[in-house]
Design a protein around this ligand. Structure first.
Ligand SMILES: NC(=O)c1ccc[n+]([C@@H]2O[C@H](COP(=O)([O-])OP(=O)(O)OC[C@H]3O[C@@H](n4cnc5c(N)ncnc54)[C@H](OP(=O)(O)O)[C@@H]3O)[C@@H](O)[C@H]2O)c1
Length: 287
């Protein structure tokens, strides 16, 4: 297939380029190629030969979205509406990458199924939910792939931050009252590759297997770098106030990937080990 990947310079977009590039003809675009929030840019970038678009580009500054709602709306909801309209015009399929933040974050039921109602808990979640709404009305094939707690070969991510802090401080405090599903970008890219190649349709939850708190996640990083995990101490979210509200539970449960025949995703602990190996090997794009 002839596939366009937006946000190709980002953490997930680069991993999707690698995975889809093995089997398909891929072209990556990012902000220097044009701001997708501006009218006409998506229609220009989505050339007639494009059969599928994997839309990874997004405003991902969660706290910044609270004070820059219009810009975040343009980059997430507006850009996605432009991409969706251009796909419809070309008869191309669309994969939109979305987030756990479209839910209310209370997780009363211990997590969210694919058909749980959207109820965003902050501005970033609202902008991504609006993006979902622009995609699910398409007549052309579409997929919404929600993910969470993404880490991988990017400029900043939780694993890299914890690894660095363990080198700088004797002990760290990490919040223990927020649960989620850590997800390694290359593992999510494999899921997206599976869905695109099979032209799957609908909403999917794509994370690594397992769940934990940020504290448990950080302790695993400590274990894997060969230091005492007890150096990572638990604390409540009130110790680290954030501008945007964070979900107490954003566990994404998956049924639809299984129904579609997608191979089981590796456990997040295994994914942490592979990412740390990449960092240690010196082969990471963003060491
Ligand atoms: N990171 C997470 O924990 C997480 C969790 C759940 C879902 N997601 C979703 O996963 C997807 C990929 O996230 P990521 O972490 O890989 O993001 P990322 O590393 O920030 O990459 C996003 C890319 O999109 C570009 N971009 C931003 N606004 C744009 C615009 N208006 N037009 C064109 N390009 C634009 C960015 O350019 P600049 O860097 O120059 O701005 C960046 O290169 C996003 O849809 C995000 O919402 C992420």
């Amino acid at each position: 297939m002839n596939i366009l990947i937006t946000g190709a310079a980002g953490m997930l977009g680069a991993a999707v380029m690698d995975v889809l590039g093995r089997e398909h003809q891929v072209r990556g675009v990012d902000l220097p190629d044009g701001d997708l929030g501006e009218a006409g840019v998506a229609a220009r970038l989505i050339a007639p030969e494009i059969e599928w678009v994997v839309h990874c580009a997004a405003w991902t500054d969660v706290d910044g979205a609270e004070s820059h709602l219009d810009e975040a709306l343009a980059a997430n909801a507006g850009a996605t509406a432009h991409v969706a309209a251009a796909c419809a015009g070309r008869g191309a399929g669309l994969t939109y990458v979305s987030t756990d933040y479209i839910f209310d974050g209370r997780g009363d039921d211990g997590g969210y199924d694919e058909d749980a109602p959207r109820d965003p808990l902050n501005h970033y979640g609202l902008t991504k939910a609006r993006g979902e709404e622009a995609v699910e009305v398409l007549d052309t094939p579409w997929q919404i792939v929600r993910t969470a707690w993404l880490f991988g070969d990017g400029r900043v991510n939780f694993v890299k931050t914890i690894r660095r802090l363990l080198g700088e401080r004797e002990t760290l405090q990490v919040v223990d009252d927020q649960r989620g599903c850590p997800t390694y970008a290359p593992d999510l890219a494999e899921v997206i590759g599976f869905l695109v190649t099979r032209r799957g349709h609908g909403i999917f939850h794509g994370t690594n297997a397992g769940e934990c708190t940020w504290h448990g996640f950080a302790q695993e990083v400590a274990r894997r770098v060969g230091t005492d995990p007890e150096r990572v101490r638990p604390c409540g979210s009130d110790a680290f106030p954030t501008v945007a509200a964070r979900p107490a539970c954003s566990v994404l449960r998956s049924w639809r990937l299984e129904e579609a025949g997608c191979p089981p995703r590796p456990h997040w602990r295994d994914a942490v080990a592979r990412y740390l190996e990449l960092l240690e090997s010196g082969a990471a794009r963003h060491p």
